[in-house]
Design a protein. Structure first.
Length: 196
């Protein structure tokens, strides 16, 4: 699923890469081209590491609950945001890191979280993010997972992105299914990668 979404142009990401290269050169005008071009990838690796650690916190929630003591300072705000979300929204975590397959459309992926609001009974399919914002592509990913779950007989009432922020706060945003757009993106990806 995430590979398919690479077919979508992300102009904000290209601009970000350009800015990071520029900033690296401003900080050290003596760096060579190779070093300048590598600057965004160092930041990306750090963000991926942060995302991986945060997903481990989500996965281990049932065992650790609010165990913030052993966490490094860089990851602690994301854990705080997640713990606060679960408590404030009265959520029961049902599953995490589940592999989902759509035999009908021929794709697979791994969802982040299935959770139930204990007050409303509504079951959410949630994508957990640690970036700066919530982007529409996340709902294409969730739509694909929702279809796979539907084929497995699992009903989902809502799609949502949970953005865990570096200030220890969170943003929970619901969105509409867009399976048709995901499938169009899949078709585009297949066209772009005919030689594979």
């Amino acid at each position: 699923v995430t590979t398919v979404l690479n077919a979508i142009n992300k102009p904000f990401l290209l601009r970000w890469y350009g800015v990071q290269i520029y900033l690296a050169m401003v900080l050290d005008p003596t760096i060579d081209q190779k070093t300048a071009l590598a600057a965004p990838y160092k930041i990306t690796e750090a963000a991926q590491d942060r995302g991986t650690k945060t997903h481990l916190i989500v996965e281990s929630y049932e065992k650790t609950r609010k165990a913030l003591d052993g966490l490094k300072e860089d990851i602690r705000p994301y854990a705080t945001a997640f713990y606060d979300y679960v408590e404030a929204e009265n959520m029961e975590l049902l599953e995490h890191e589940r592999t989902v397959v759509s035999k009908k459309y021929g794709y697979a992926g791994t969802l982040d979280l299935l959770a139930k609001n204990k007050k409303t009974g509504k079951i959410y399919l949630i994508d957990v993010k640690t970036g700066k914002a919530i982007y529409p592509q996340a709902f294409l990913q969730l739509s694909a997972y929702q279809q796979g779950l539907k084929e497995e007989g699992v009903k989902v009432d809502g799609l949502a992105v949970l953005l865990l922020k570096e200030n220890g706060k969170y943003k929970f945003e619901e969105g509409e299914p867009a399976l048709d757009v995901f499938l169009a993106t899949k078709k585009l990806w297949e066209w772009q990668n005919q030689s594979l």
